[in-house]
Design a protein around this ligand. Structure first.
Ligand SMILES: NC(=O)c1ccc[n+]([C@@H]2O[C@H](COP(=O)([O-])OP(=O)(O)OC[C@H]3O[C@@H](n4cnc5c(N)ncnc54)[C@H](OP(=O)(O)O)[C@@H]3O)[C@@H](O)[C@H]2O)c1
Length: 248
């Protein structure tokens, strides 16, 4: 068992998960488990990050958050290799622009809600082995009822209805996880990473950059590192972003 802080990040091969892996592993005394649905993509991303001269350590874990079998195998592997998880970053998420109707809704909910909840809860037994466990659900300001009903909010008219619904459901799941796990010392958060460059909206430059308006995912990563380092302990159980909080 390592003395380093063990951070498991789902969807670590791309976008915010990749940036967070890079930033956290640039610090000494951290081991990041890059949990990726494609082991091949995970290994390629790990190689790139290792090439950037990190001070921490990395490993790749196959994990598809929509597969019970994959989740169970991943828990078994981490238990054998590390014996605990200190921080679980539940980051994997999708938009499914290509889908329509009920297929779109079930596809998005399967990853963003069911996948995020079942995978994170499968690792609770290993979080409980940590002296200072954190569970971070990567949500979105688009899931906030407070912001969605505020005509002054910049994303009031955002058309991503199903995505918004999925992140609102994830927020409720996070509130419930906080209430259920707080007495066991697991610090639970919903975290909005901000509107940043990634493959979430598609792989063209236009989509990745959000029409040129998307920010840097390293800023999202800094907010996650702050949580890992205890700098957001006063906000436990809340819906936070890198510089403050959002209304649920
Ligand atoms: N970017 C933004 O502006 C923004 C804003 C607010 C919230 N978010 C949230 O941030 C999180 C990360 O998204 P991103 O923007 O970094 O997008 P991204 O670049 O598309 O990364 C998403 C990651 O999730 C993985 N993933 C998707 N389905 C999965 C599954 N079933 N099992 C395991 N991994 C899976 C993807 O793997 P593959 O590479 O194999 O597809 C990829 O690694 C999401 O929860 C998203 O909703 C993003």
């Amino acid at each position: 068992m390592t003395d380093s802080k063990i951070v498991l990040i789902t969807g670590a091969n791309s976008g915010i998960g990749y940036a967070t892996t890079k930033l956290i592993s640039s610090q000494p005394n951290y081991h990041v488990i890059m949990a990726c649905r494609s082991e091949e993509k995970g290994l390629k991303a790990m190689e790139e990050i290792q090439g950037s001269g990190i001070k921490g350590t990395l490993s790749v874990l196959q994990l598809d958050v929509t597969s019970d079998q994959s989740i169970a195998a991943a828990v078994e592997t981490v238990e054998k290799e590390f014996g605990r998880v200190d921080v679980f970053v539940s980051n994997a998420g999708i938009t499914a622009y290509a889908e329509t109707g009920s297929k779109k809704m079930s596809t998005i909910f399967a990853t963003n809600v069911t996948g995020a909840v079942t995978s994170s809860e499968a690792f609770v037994s290993l979080l409980l082995k940590s002296a200072r466990p954190y569970l971070i659900q990567i949500s979105s300001g688009l899931g906030s009822f407070g912001l969605a009903t505020d005509p002054e909010d910049q994303f009031y008219n955002s058309p991503s209805h199903v995505y918004r619904m999925s992140k609102a459901a994830l927020n409720m799941a996070t509130v419930q996880q906080h209430k259920r796990f707080h007495s066991q010392n697991i610090r639970v958060y919903a975290y909005c990473p901000g509107f940043v460059r990634s493959n979430l909206r598609g792989e063209s430059e236009q989509a990745r950059s959000g029409g040129g308006f998307a920010g840097d995912p390293m800023d999202s990563a800094r907010g996650i590192l702050d949580i890992c380092e205890g700098k957001r302990d006063a906000d436990v159980g809340r819906f936070i972003h890198a510089n403050g909080t959002y209304p649920w």
